[in-house]
Write a protein that binds this ligand. Structure first.
Ligand code: AMP
Length: 214
C-alpha cells in the first residue's frame, strides 16, 4: 500500500529535514511547497514576483494557487508508491482540498512535530540553507540565511502559523492515522520516533476495513 505522509509543525520544527530523510529511506516523493515556491520565485515570472513579496512578509500564498500546485503534483505517476508533504496543508481549506484529492488512495498518515516556541526562534535565526533553489532546502553547497528567516519575518511566520496552520491539528487529531512526535531533540533522534509511529500504524488496525465501506 502507498505510504502517503503529511508532516505538520511550525516553521523551524524540522519538517524539511525529516521529509527529506523519509523520502530517501522509504523511496517516496518529497513534495515541499516552500521549495516549489522558491523555484517559481527564481524563475522571475510575474506570479513569482507576487509570491516573493508574500513570502518576504512571512504571509501565506493563496489557497487557490497552493491547492492547484499540489493537485497537479499528486496526479503525476511518480507518487503512485507514496509521498511526503512538507509545508502543505497550511490552512483548513488546503487540508479539505487535500482530502478531496486523496479520495481513493490510502489514508493520509499525519505527523505533527512538536517544538517549544523559544527553541523555534533560536533555530530560525541561526538557520543556514543552500542558495540554489534547485537543491531544495539543504545540500551542503553555498549556505545563506533565508530572506524570511530574519527576526521580524520569523515573528510574523509564527503568528501566521498559530492563526492559520495550528487549527489543522484539531482538523486531523481525531483520525486514527494522526500522531505527534517530540521535535525538541536532534534530527537523528526525531527520525526513529517518526519511523516507529509509521511502523506502529502499519501493523495496527488503524486502516478502515474494506467491509466498512469507506
Ligand atoms: P516553508 O519553506 O515551508 O517555510 O515556506 C516558505 C514560505 O512559502 C511560507 O512562509 C509561505 O509564504 C509560503 N508557503 C509555503 N507553503 C505554503 C502553503 N501550503 N500555503 C501558503 N503559503 C505557503
Amino acid at each position: 500500500m502507498a505510504l502517503d505522509l503529511v508532516i505538520l509543525g511550525p516553521p523551524g520544527a524540522g519538517k524539511g529535514t525529516q521529509a527529506e530523510r523519509l523520502a530517501r529511506t522509504r523511496g517516496i516523493e518529497k513534495i515541499s511547497t516552500g521549495d516549489v515556491l522558491r523555484k517559481v520565485v527564481h524563475a522571475g515570472t510575474e506570479v513569482g514576483r507576487r509570491a516573493q513579496s508574500i513570502m518576504d512578509r512571512g504571509e501565506l500564498v493563496s489557497d487557490d494557487m497552493m491547492i492547484e500546485i499540489v493537485r497537479e503534483r499528486l496526479h503525476r505517476p511518480d507518487v503512485a508508491g507514496g509521498f511526503v508533504l512538507d509545508g502543505f496543508p497550511r490552512t483548513v481549506a488546503q487540508a479539505s482540498a487535500l482530502d478531496a484529492i486523496m479520495r481513493g488512495r490510502a489514508p493520509l498518515i499525519v505527523i505533527d512535530i512538536l517544538v517549544p516556541e523559544p527553541e523555534l526562534v533560536r533555530r530560525l535565526s541561526s538557520r543556514l540553507v543552500c542558495d540554489d533553489p534547485q537543491h531544495g532546502s539543504r545540500c551542503g553547497g553555498h549556505l545563506v540565511h533565508r530572506a524570511d528567516d530574519n527576526a521580524d519575518v520569523v515573528r510574523e511566520r509564527l503568528k501566521v502559523y498559530h492563526a492559520q496552520t495550528r487549527p489543522l491539528v484539531d482538523y486531523y487529531r481525531a483520525r486514527p492515522t494522526f500522531r505527534s512526535v517530540n521535535g525538541a531533540q536532534p534530527p537523528d533522534r526525531v527520525a526513529p520516533d517518526i519511523s516507529a509511529v509509521i511502523e506502529e500504524m502499519g501493523s495496527s488496525a488503524v486502516w478502515p476495513r474494506c467491509d466498512e465501506g469507506v
